[in-house]
Design a binder for this molecule. Structure first.
Ligand code: F6R
Length: 615
């Protein structure tokens, strides 16, 4: 959470930082701030609210001239979102200024010591403690800023991506990373710092991604110097060539990123299997998997760890893996797994699923699994992310940047990758028949056109959204492969419309939730062609008998459910195993339209942030 941006060079820093903050706002948006060095002094402006609020405030409050600056968009951890707690933070002397993404866990004890030494604090943040600790060390030990940062970071416990500069030395920015991402853009006589590469993509394609426990001194006229925070040795940084382009991170004519990302799914699913799925030849090529096939095939158990929507993709994978691969699968919330002393052995394979590749709980679960000897495979979207580096191997989804906070295209591309993995392994293990294998290769290849077709119902779904937008509760029901889709549909509605929604296995309804059903309760039922079709129809009858309002996702040409449901959303026919890839589309659109009709901030729903880098 939180986005950080910094610039040092020959251009005006303000527009670069402001634009960068807008691109990073998905990471947190309860307050924002900027500090610029104007040639003599630091100009600082901070505010509760969004980057647009900062923009309105800046021009009246400060001079925006300056070629060095840092900015921050916040998702509050310590201290409520207000102007004072917003970053950047000054040290007590006013010489140092810092931005921070992460949490300093032992800040309270450090603060106590600093107070004893005469330090006065204005905010409630852990970050102000850190900048004063750096200042204290700098003065006490008579060291330069870089050294002071290093000594300070050896005393703190927690997570951080920081950028700090000294107004008495305005030719350098010192940055450091542990647990939160930090990229350094390398231009010609200019440098950029940011939580991801989007703020500087139009200026340079060259970036260094700091590893955990690394820091860098970025000084004008010199190469970036990277060193270990512990141990002090210099590191030869790997300068990565970025593949990102500007178009990918803009809305491209859509009203919201979420809608753009929903509509991108046919393309990004294809991008995810392109060059990997050769249906005609009966081949699946996954570079990251080739060397580890036997590990999977001989595994006692596959454990999937993830959070949120990625966890739902993991649930879909459980059905697929167990059906085709015949290896027991457990799907764990990373946040529970990491703290419950799980039994893990070197015969287990762990799959970690994460769009951002930065989710703190998933990362901690990976570390735990590795410590206990398990082989860990990653399914990430963000190239070079911490999880993609922490796992032994993995496969990227090729969804492109997902900027809307509600995950959409990440979900379907994760399922695409997991399906390919399962098919490939099942073929090697001999647990899938040749005809079933070939059929699913071809079916997977057809998914993008099925998703396209599902998207054509958009206007019809919008009309359904209009009918139900004022409901205060929704129930989502599905069975088998579409039970996780019910959970995902409910999550999408909750997070962007703030309407309470619950997902349930349809048969489980009788064990409690059925008590909720009356003529005010919309029930979204996924009732596509499947082995459970008749059973789901019975569940629909049960809802109908209690006057619930039925919105059913059905296979094109369906007649039975059509007669029972109040509203239907049609999707094309697919194999049951792949059906989540299409049944999820109408649910994404339904949530989107309801949220828009209710005037919600669809791309930046309240209290949320795109990557959850704190536990
Ligand atoms: C929901 C959503 C979250 C994320 C979760 C995990 O729409 O976006 O539930 O799925 O925070 O994030 P990643 O996949 O980045 O690990």
């Amino acid at each position: 959470m939180c986005g950080i941006v910094g610039y040092i060079g020959n251009r005006e820093a303000y527009p670069i930082i402001l634009n960068g903050l807008k691109r990073l706002e998905y990471r947190g948006y309860d307050s924002a701030g900027i500090a610029l060095y104007d040639g003599t002094n630091i100009q600082m402006c901070k505010t509760k609210g969004k980057v647009s609020d900062l923009e309105s405030k800046v021009t009246s409050d400060i001079s925006t001239a300056g070629k060095l600056g840092i900015g921050h968009t916040r998702w509050a951890t310590h201290g409520i979102p207000n102007d004072v707690n917003s970053h950047p933070h000054y040290s007590m002397s006013g010489d140092l200024v810092i931005i921070h993404n992460g949490i300093i866990e032992n800040y309270a004890s450090i603060k106590k010591e600093l107070i004893k030494r005469g330090y006065i604090f204005k905010s409630e943040t852990d970050t102000e403690v850190l900048v004063n600790l750096i200042e204290d060390i700098k003065i006490k030990e008579k060291v330069k800023l870089g050294k002071a940062v290093q000594i300070a970071l050896n005393q703190v416990i927690g997570a951080y991506a920081i950028a700090v500069f000294d107004r008495n030395k305005p030719d350098e920015i010192v940055v450091a990373k542990l647990g939160s991402p930090l990229a350094i853009g390398i231009g010609e006589d200019e440098f950029f710092v940011a939580s991801d590469a989007t703020p500087f993509i139009e200026f340079t394609n060259n970036a260094i991604y700091l590893e955990d426990e690394e820091m860098a001194i970025i000084r004008l006229g010199r190469e970036v110097r990277v060193r270990k925070i512990k141990g002090d040795q210099l590191v030869d940084p790997y300068v990565q060539e970025l593949q990102l382009n500007l178009e990918q991170i803009e809305k491209g004519g859509y009203e919201h990123f979420m809608l753009k990302e929903i509509y991108e799914q046919p393309t990004v699913i294809k991008d995810t299997y392109r060059g990997r799925l050769l249906a005609d030849q009966g081949i699946i090529k996954l570079g990251g998997l080739e060397d580890y096939i036997q590990k999977f095939v001989n595994a006692n158990r596959i454990i999937i760890v993830a959070c949120g929507t990625s966890w739902h993709a993991g649930l879909v994978a459980e059905y697929i893996f167990e059906d085709w691969l015949r290896i027991p699968v457990e799907v764990e919330y990373a946040s529970e797994f990491r703290y419950r002393n799980p039994i893990i052995t070197d015969k287990d394979v762990v799959i970690a699923i994460s769009q951002s590749g930065e989710t703190a709980d998933t990362l901690a679960a990976i570390k735990l699994a590795k410590q206990q000897g398990a082989f860990v495979y990653g399914v990430c979207n963000v190239v070079g992310s911490t999880i993609s580096r922490e796992t032994h191997s993995g496969t990227y989804t090729h969804a492109g940047p997902e900027i809307g906070v509600a995950s959409t295209k990440a979900f379907t591309t994760q399922i695409t990758v997991l399906t390919m993995i399962a098919l490939k392994l099942a073929k090697v293990k001999g647990t899938i028949s040749k005809s079933n294998y070939m059929m699913h290769l071809r079916e997977l290849e057809l998914i993008p056109s099925c998703v396209e077709e599902a998207l054509r119902s958009d206007e019809k779904i919008k009309a359904i959204a209009e009918v139900f937008k004022d409901a205060s509760n929704f129930l989502y029901l599905g069975r088998g492969y579409n039970f996780p889709v019910a959970l995902e549909g409910a999550l999408k509605l909750k997070e962007i419309s703030y309407i309470h929604a619950e997902g349930y296995p349809a048969a489980e309804m009788k064990h409690g939730p059925i008590a909720l059903i009356d003529d005010q309760m919309p029930v979204v039922v996924i009732a596509v062609n499947s082995n459970h079709y008749e059973k789901v129809v019975s569940n629909i009858e049960e809802i109908k008998a209690r006057q619930g309002k039925i919105i059913a996702v059905v296979t094109e040409g369906d007649t039975s459910v059509k007669e029972l449901a109040d509203y239907i959303m049609e999707v094309p026919k697919t194999s049951e195993n792949l059906s989540p890839l299409v049944t999820t589309i109408p649910l994404q659109l339904l949530s989107y339209h309801i949220a828009v009709m209710l005037g919600r901030n669809v791309d930046q729903p309240r209290n949320l942030a795109k990557s959850v880098t704190v536990e």
